[in-house]
Design a binder for this molecule. Structure first.
Ligand SMILES: Cc1ncc(COP(=O)(O)O)c(C=O)c1O
Length: 170
């Protein structure tokens, strides 16, 4: 889902399956996200700390995705030296488990997409090294799927939106 509100509608309707929230969560929503067992996307250390604080008295770790910014510049963890340093700190937070690492591609040409995927691979390698394990990774949404883009970083999960509704990706 895009937002916490949308994800809560699914919980209210009785869905007990994992529900992910792909846009950044406001800090005021961290408690609701944790208590409803939603899986938010983290783009910065502050959001990770909010979440961990909000989940302190709940059983088990809180699961979250890490979104890496490979060029879209909308959300996503910056792959700058400071951002990479913060990924190390994220890995050291207890009570929080990284369920997956992903990027949302922004380019349209194959060359642009390949450059972003190469960047994603570098960022993913840093996260995996900091965590000491290799979480699942994913990158493809409708337009890259429609273009039949293939890359080793993209074979585990996909995130189509428009295609699921029969819409041609723009
Ligand atoms: C992180 C993320 N993944 C996947 C999608 C789905 O994109 P599309 O509808 O282009 O498949 C979106 C939509 O904005 C998104 O923000």
């Amino acid at each position: 889902m895009a937002t916490v509100q949308e994800a809560c509608l699914l919980r209210d309707a009785g869905l007990r399956v994992p529900v992910s929230v792909l846009s950044p969560i406001p800090s005021a929503a961290a408690r609701e996200v944790a208590s409803r067992r939603l899986r938010p996307s983290l783009s910065c250390l502050a959001a990770a700390r909010d979440l961990r604080r909000a989940a302190r008295d709940l059983p088990g770790p809180v699961l979250a995705h890490v979104e890496l910014d490979t060029g879209l510049g909308r959300y996503g963890w910056p792959l700058t030296p400071a951002g990479l340093d913060q990924l190390q700190q994220l890995a050291a937070l207890d009570g929080l488990t990284v369920a997956s690492v992903y990027t949302h591609l922004s380019g349209t040409s194959r060359a642009e997409l390949a450059a972003q995927l190469a960047l994603f691979e570098q960022g993913y390698a840093k996260v995996a090294a900091a965590l000491g394990r290799r979480p699942r990774r994913h990158a493809l949404a409708s337009s890259a799927l429609a273009a039949q883009l293939r890359h080793p970083a993209t074979t585990q999960l996909v995130r189509p939106g428009a295609l699921l509704y029969g819409l041609a990706p723009c």
